[in-house]
Structures are given as structure tokens and as C-alpha cells.
Design a binder for this molecule. Structure first.
Ligand code: ATP
Ligand code: MG
Length: 466
């Protein structure tokens, strides 16, 4: 049980934060901890970075911190921010400020410094982010952030419409915090967020990408698709065509967007909420090309020929546009491409799938093969009740994959009992692509079960092929 005052966070301020506050206050300034630390400490979740807001102009903050033996970096002085480094831990110290007008939905035209911490709190985005905490004075919560935390709602500080019009990135931040905390968005804030979502079109794609990554990695993007679609459709316009798209198929009881939301939720269920980022993005984008690939046959049934290949290209284009890293883009592209690929519970089928992943994403075949199976299982339970039976077959595939891995399955060149040097020695061909072609051929034969991975037999095969 906490022995702290009722309005106090459940965590005590760490020493390095106390030192910074003490240094500023000894020089006659006010200083408070703000934002994420206060929110997380009140939720009883180990808080991360400490941000301090202070009445000290940055030049004075810098000199009094330095006088107290604290190193200071000038990290954002145009906005009044310096970073104090205590025991190798950084703390951002920002002068109380408000933002001037926003003519472009993203950058304040100017920043004004103010003297009252309440004005600084009023410029912050959501009530749960607009609280300050002081080691002696306790919690300062002028907008009811603590009650909103307890209620589980995201509410804009002030008039939500104005706040989203000032800075459209807040639209996605609202969705990100709702997803991360499992909160609802308060109705007026929600209405404003829908009305202002088009402002996101003016925001740098990289920043949109960062927020989207935050939303997807929360594991609740399925909720966001159904409850805060507009912001997502502006962040990733390709998602919009999925909404209401009737699949005209006996295999689907949902439209493409509902189906996708279901798959996003199901990957979390099947992984106990610990799906990898790759799997989460793949769940979101696996059917993104369906609307484009739709055809109707003579019986009036819908088909989506080629949507995995087309979807893989679209997923890559979307993720590159959002400046997401290659280490995420390539696995997602491959998972989307293979999501309808037939994998059977046989060693051969499993090894062939591992080989496909190894070629597309070297070194990551194992984890991606498990991710593919989770995606397929989630896909199966998100169609019709009849299709859900396939989920049981998918379990057999998981067992086969485990068995193959445990028995030392071969799917990489490195695992072969022969090497490029053997190929050259046996055939006399010079180093170059020819060696790789022969090795690839041997690997295919071993993966397919046509040759054992035994050195003598592989050497004989090389002589035959050389
Ligand atoms: P996280 O754990 O994601 O870092 P955080 O609350 O610390 O959460 P930051 O993006 O680091 O979020 O921002 C720090 C604080 O600055 C926020 O809590 C909020 O008070 C304020 N803030 C950040 N971005 C905005 C914005 N676009 N508009 C208004 N206030 C903002
Ligand atoms: Mg932060």
C-alpha cells in the first residue's frame, strides 16, 4: 500500500529529477515534473523519462544547473528546452511556454514564454498529459486529468476542435494514447477528431509514421480501425477503400475493414497480447489490396486474385512512405505476400516455407514462420464459422514446425554439409555466381527431401551437376 498523500503519484521522483528541481529552485525559479512521468506514476506504471517545466528562461536554467555540477546540452533552445544530464540520465527542462497561432496545422508560428505553470499546462494536448507534480506541493491538475485517468478517457484540454486544428498530429496522438492505455475517447473529443482528421494530410509523413507505429505496436489497432477510422484513413489512405467493402463471398461474413480489425484482434489473442510488430503490421495490411483486386464471377461471387502479391507491394509502399525501417518493412512485405500461401503439416512444406522467408529476410525465417502461422490462424477465425475449423489444421502446422526445428531442419545454405569451396574443388569452376547456383540447387533438393544433407551424397550430386 502506498504511504503517499492521496494526490501524490504512486512512484517517488527519482533522485536525478530531485537534483534538477532543487538546482532550479535554489536559484529562485519554479520547477515541476510534467507530462508522461506524472501520468504513468498515477497509473501505477513504472514511469519512463522525466520532463521538467520551469519558470527559468533556458539560458538561466542552463547556468544554474551547471553551477550545481549538472551537465547541460542545448537540445531545443528555440522552444526553450535544454537537456540536463545527471548520472548519465537525461532530463528535458523546458521554460513555461504557450504556442502562438498555427497557420499550417502543424507548426506554431511562434512560441511565447509565460510565467505561470498553469498556462503551460493549458497548451498541452490531453487532460491526462496536462498534470504537473512537485515533490513538496504535490499534484497540480487543473483540467481533471486524474479523474479522466480513473475513468479511462482521453479528453482534449480546452476546445477539442481548436486544439486539433492547431496541430493535427494530436488527432493521431489521441488514438495512440487511447490504444496504449486501452481508454475510450471522450465524445466531444472524438467528434472533433473526426472533423479535423483531414489536417493530417499536411503533417510530415515521418511524424505520421511514428504515431502509426505507436498505434500498431500498442496491439489495439483493431479497436482503432473500428472506433477511430477517420484518423487512420488520413494516415494511410489505402485503408479507406476497405471500409464497407462487401466481399460477395460465402467465405466471409464481414466487410474487408471489419475482417481486418478481427484479424488484428485475433493475432493478439493467439499471442497473449505479445504479437511482434511485424505480425501486427501484417495483420493490418494483409488484405489492403483486396478492393483493388476484386472481380465478380458469373455466379456473382467475389474473388481477389493476386491480392497477396499486390498487397505486399502496397504494404511496402505505405511503410516506406511513413519512413518505417527496413527491418520492419521487409518482413511485413513477405508476410503479406505469403499470407494465403498453402503451408501443410509436413516437413517438406515447412522447410519450403522457411526457405522462402530465409531468401526474403535472411536470418529471420524461424520467427517469421511462426508469425505467418499466427496470421493464418487469425485470418481463419475472422471469416465464417465454417472457415474457423481451419484454425485447428493450423495448429497441426505449428506442431510440424516445432518438430522440424527440433530435429535440425535445413533451410539455409550455411546448414548444408558442403560449401562453395567444395563446389569449386569438385567441379573446377571459378568463384562467381555459378557456385551459388549449384549450392542453391542442392539446398532446394535437401529442403524438398530429394537429397539427404549428407556430405558424401552432396559431393556426388555436385560432381553430377558440375
Ligand atoms: P510518451 O510516453 O509517449 O513519451 P509523453 O506524454 O511523454 O508520452 P511526449 O510526446 O514525450 O509524450 O510529450 C511530452 C508531453 O508534451 C506530453 O505529455 C504533452 O503534455 C506534451 N505534448 C507533446 N506533444 C504535444 C502536442 N503535439 N500538443 C500538445 N502537447 C503535446
Ligand atoms: Mg515522453
Amino acid at each position: 500500500m502506498s504511504l503517499l498523500a492521496p494526490e501524490a503519484p504512486l512512484y517517488e521522483l527519482p533522485d536525478h529529477a530531485l537534483r534538477v528541481i532543487h538546482a532550479l529552485e535554489s536559484a529562485g525559479f519554479d520547477a515541476w515534473v510534467v507530462g508522461g512521468w506524472v501520468r504513468d506514476a498515477l497509473r501505477g506504471v513504472e514511469p519512463q523519462d522525466v520532463d521538467v517545466t520551469s519558470s527559468a528562461p533556458w539560458q538561466q536554467a542552463k547556468s544554474c544547473l551547471e553551477a550545481a555540477g549538472i551537465a547541460v546540452r542545448e537540445t531545443g533552445t528555440a522552444h526553450g528546452t535544454v537537456t540536463a544530464v545527471v548520472d548519465a540520465r537525461p532530463i528535458e527542462v523546458t521554460t513555461y511556454r504557450v504556442e502562438g497561432s498555427y497557420s499550417d496545422h502543424r507548426h506554431p508560428d511562434e512560441v511565447h514564454f509565460v510565467t505561470d505553470v498553469r498556462d503551460d499546462l493549458a497548451r498541452r494536448d490531453f487532460t491526462i498529459n496536462a498534470m504537473a507534480f512537485h515533490p513538496r506541493r504535490g499534484l497540480l491538475d487543473p483540467f481533471g486529468g486524474r479523474a479522466d485517468l480513473a475513468r479511462g478517457v482521453i479528453r482534449a484540454v480546452g476546445d477539442p476542435r481548436l486544439r486539433f486544428e492547431e496541430d493535427a498530429l494530436r488527432v493521431l496522438r489521441a488514438v495512440r494514447f487511447a490504444c496504449r492505455l486501452g481508454f475510450d475517447i471522450e465524445p466531444a473529443t472524438h467528434a472533433a477528431l473526426v472533423a479535423s482528421a483531414s489536417g493530417l494530410d499536411d503533417i510530415a509523413q515521418e511524424r505520421v509514421g511514428q504515431e502509426m507505429e505507436g498505434i500498431v505496436s500498442s496491439g489495439r489497432v483493431g479497436w482503432a480501425l473500428l472506433n477511430a477510422g477517420e484518423p487512420l484513413f488520413h494516415a494511410i489512405p489505402e485503408l479507406r477503400a476497405m471500409r464497407g467493402f462487401d466481399q460477395r463471398s460465402p467465405y466471409h461474413s464481414y466487410d474487408v475493414l471489419e475482417h481486418t480489425a478481427c484479424v488484428c484482434k485475433a493475432v493478439e489473442e493467439f499471442t497473449g497480447g505479445l504479437a511482434s510488430d511485424e505480425l501486427r503490421w501484417a495483420a493490418l495490411l494483409h488484405d489492403v489490396a483486396k478492393p483493388l483486386c476484386f472481380t465478380l464471377d458469373q455466379e456473382g461471387r467475389g474473388h481477389f486474385y493476386g491480392h497477396p502479391q499486390q498487397g505486399a507491394k502496397m504494404a511496402e509502399r505505405i511503410m516506406r512512405r511513413l519512413s518505417l525501417p527496413n527491418s520492419l518493412v521487409l518482413p511485413v512485405r513477405t508476410l503479406v505476400r505469403l499470407h494465403d500461401h498453402m503451408v501443410m503439416a509436413s516437413g517438406r512444406s515447412i522447410r519450403r516455407t522457411l526457405l522462402k522467408f530465409e531468401k526474403a529476410c535472411p536470418g529471420r525465417a524461424r520467427e517469421l514462420c511462426f508469425a505467418l502461422i499466427d496470421l493464418k490462424r487469425a485470418d481463419a477465425v475472422s471469416k465464417t464459422p465454417a472457415a474457423a475449423r481451419y484454425a485447428v489444421e493450423v495448429d497441426q502446422v505449428t506442431m510440424a514446425l516445432r518438430r522440424e526445428l527440433a530435429s535440425g531442419a535445413v533451410w539455409k545454405l550455411r546448414d548444408l554439409t558442403v560449401s562453395g569451396a567444395d563446389v569449386m574443388a569438385e567441379t573446377g569452376i571459378a568463384p562467381g555466381p555459378g557456385v551459388g547456383i549449384i549450392l542453391d540447387g542442392l539446398l532446394s533438393s535437401v529442403v524438398n527431401g530429394d537429397l539427404p544433407n549428407e556430405r558424401e551424397q552432396l559431393l556426388a550430386a555436385i560432381r553430377l551437376r558440375g
